[in-house]
Design a protein around this ligand. Structure first.
Ligand code: COA
Length: 211
């Protein structure tokens, strides 16, 4: 999925939350490196959007792919790690990016969440891990609910949102809008499960200093 992401970015913006650099083992045994997004990821993100299959693009953007302009890339890749937060996932064996998840605050205490995982890396819990860790970040930054817009028949998204808390879904013309109140206890338990050393399907974090 394009140029290699840097596991430990050489340059990080102010406020870069290094504690979200983690290693994760998926339920199928493959290892993932997870870290906050940095501006240097823009080339990799541009490649991912341009080469994504039409169904992934349609589901992620609810329509055609956006035009990949420098302004869009700067907007997507410059986050403040508070009101706008994103995590990227890479194949730990090759460094190639395989998933991304973000939230964007819409009010002081609620944020819209979006996630995409490379088709070859699906059904192994990667989106689940990304959303739980985003929820952990959100709760630490005063955000207490997540919302999402998605195709009503997008079953994984419904399952993903159900993870973080109890919520409501409204469907209109095939599009769904859902909002969930983040449940601190269940998010904490999920992240602890993901970061429990050595367990299959576990993450280890925070990560050790890199090379
Ligand atoms: C949605 C998406 C991110 C899920 O990624 P993933 O890594 O496969 O998700 P997970 O493995 O963590 O699975 C999450 C849940 O969805 C379920 N699920 C995953 N794929 C599914 C499918 N094709 N059909 C039914 N359920 C599915 C899983 O069983 C799991 O539910 P569970 O926790 O009850 O077991 C991925 O399919 C994707 O990138 N789709 C295109 C973009 C998109 O739709 N983004 C969401 C809109 S913002």
């Amino acid at each position: 999925m394009g140029p290699e992401p840097k596991q430990h970015p050489a340059e990080v913006p102010p406020g870069y939350p290094r504690e979200f650099e983690r290693e994760l083992r998926l339920s199928d045994g493959r290892a993932i490196w997870l870290r906050p997004l940095v501006p240097d990821d823009s080339e990799q993100l541009a490649h991912a959007i341009r080469t994504a299959d039409p169904e992934t693009v349609y589901r992620r953007f609810l329509g055609a792919a956006p035009r990949v302009t420098p302004a869009l890339l700067e907007h997507l890749c410059t986050v403040d790690y508070r009101k706008r937060f994103a995590l990227v996932a890479a194949d730990a064996a090759t460094g190639v990016g395989v998933g991304i998840a973000r939230y964007e605050a819409v009010t002081a205490d609620s944020a819209e969440v979006a996630v995409a995982v490379d088709p070859a890396w699906r059904r192994a819990g990667l989106a689940t891990a990304l959303v739980e860790m985003l929820a952990e970040a959100a709760l630490g930054r005063g955000i207490t609910s997540f919302s999402a817009s998605y195709l009503a028949e997008n079953r994984p998204v419904r399952a993903l949102l159900g993870l973080a808390g109890d919520g409501k879904q409204a469907i209109h013309a095939g599009l769904a809008e859902a909002a969930v109140a983040l449940d601190r206890a269940s998010v904490t338990a999920a992240v602890q499960r993901l970061t429990r050393d050595g367990a299959p399907g576990a993450a280890q974090g925070p990560a050790a200093p890199g090379p």
